[in-house]
Design a protein around this ligand. Structure first.
Ligand SMILES: Cc1cc2nc3c(=O)[nH]c(=O)nc-3n(C[C@H](O)[C@H](O)[C@H](O)COP(=O)(O)O)c2cc1C
Length: 377
């Protein structure tokens, strides 16, 4: 921890996107070596224990701390993330077409707020190239489940049929490579994308993606389909949205994506347009998790994400109703081995509390106390 704290000021003097590109390149190199080792049966596993392991979505998660979407958009390093300590990694967002995203600068650190604003706009290599890359790298599958997050290409937005076709194309190309698929309808940087959260449109989208996956003929190993939601949804709309997604066959939810709100921000960079992540997002994300858990009941998996940088944050998300917890911005502020530290701390916490496993820490959505603590912290 000390060592990352000492290099962080140097990294923060460099342009944010450049540092990110280097981090992914480093993960790529580490991942290539780790993939070779895995083929020889020498995989370095992430922290795990019977207390940390979770079985959900037809998968086994060695621990419940995951890499959130956006860090490895092009699925460069699927074998690296377990080594950093992650129990799963969600790669993407991948769109049907390759696209360069918005013009730079488009990534901003809000250091005083331990937050980031990004308006990258789904810069990615497109489903075809990402699939080809994954076919090569996943010849040996890592122990950490790999989720693939899919979104709509900008050029297809505005035409509802073209938008659906774009998601279908990504599902067709990536479905057999994914342990789960995440439908992203919540990034604020593609105009119109969030409108796909409207219950009727979301139901149709989930149904079509599921149909596409079933056409792959993968049987029981077909990836389950999750929906990633925005923290900015009207509280009153959440029930109907979740019901529509579940009825169409969604297996779970990811809450949340970045927010358009700037509540709690002091940094001058807060004025930049884009989605906010990190510490100021955390209370809203926790409230959304609790809300979703409250409407879907205990049995629907939820991945909680937003502002996780300490073990207390993980415990709050679990208490609010998350089964698994993922993070992105915490890596920027706490360094690459944050997931390893969190997984070990969680294991210690489960032992200390004398409960059987991480599943016993998951709340049922009525945990108002978790919400209040989160807001106060
Ligand atoms: C630079 C950046 C890029 C992101 N790109 C994506 C993306 O492509 N798809 C997506 O679903 N979420 C994306 N996210 C959102 C994260 O997955 C996550 O939902 C959000 O940042 C909240 O978690 P955090 O506070 O731990 O970062 C991105 C976040 C950041 C900071």
């Amino acid at each position: 921890m000390t060592s990352y704290a000492s290099v962080r000021p140097l990294l923060f003097r460099l342009e944010a996107e450049r540092v990110h590109r280097r981090a992914v390149r480093f993960a790529d190199l580490a991942g290539a070596a780790l993939a070779t080792a895995a083929r020889a049966g020498l995989e370095i596993p992430p922290p795990t224990s019977p207390r940390l392991e979770r079985r959900l979505l037809g998968l086994t998660f060695p621990n419940p701390i995951g890499l959130a979407a956006g860090f490895d958009k092009n699925a460069i390093a699927p074998h690296a993330w377990g080594w950093f300590g992650f129990g799963f990694a969600e790669l993407g967002t991948v769109t049907g077409e390759a696209q360069s995203g918005n013009p730079p600068p488009r990534l901003f650190r809000l250091a005083e707020d331990r937050a980031i604003v990004n308006r990258l706009g789904f810069n990615n290599d497109g489903a075809e190239r990402v699939a080809a890359r994954l076919v090569r790298s996943l010849r040996a599958r890592p122990r950490t489940p790999i989720g693939l997050n899919i979104g709509a290409s900008r050029s297809r937005m505005g035409d509802p049929e073209a938008e659906l076709a774009d998601y279908r194309e990504s599902a067709r190309r990536l479905g057999r490579l994914a342990d789960y698929l995440a439908i992203n309808v919540s990034s604020p940087n593609t105009p119109g994308l969030r409108d796909l959260q409207a219950p009727d449109r979301l139901g149709r989208l989930v149904g079509e993606v599921r149909r596409e996956v079933s056409l792959l003929g993968l049987g029981v190993s077909a990836p389950r389909v999750l929906v990633k939601l925005s923290p900015d949804l009207d509280a009153g709309a959440v029930g109907e949205i979740c019901a529509a997604a579940l009825e169409a066959g969604a297996a779970g939810f990811i809450a949340t994506n970045t927010t358009l709100s700037r509540e709690g921000c002091r940094s001058p960079q807060a004025g930049e347009a884009g989605g906010l992540s990190g510490e100021p997002l955390r209370p809203a994300a926790d409230r959304m998790i609790a809300r979703i858990r409250g409407v879907v009941g205990r049995d629907v998996p939820i991945i909680g994400v937003g502002g996780v940088a300490r073990i207390e944050h993980v415990l709050d998300k679990l208490a609010a109703g998350a089964d698994l917890v993922s993070l992105y911005t915490g890596l920027v502020y706490e360094g690459p081995f944050l997931p390893k530290r969190l997984a070990r701390a969680l294991d210690g916490e489960i032992e200390r509390r004398g409960v059987g496993s991480v599943a016993d820490l998951v709340g049922d959505g009525s945990t108002e106390a978790a919400e209040l603590r989160a807001t106060a912290r």
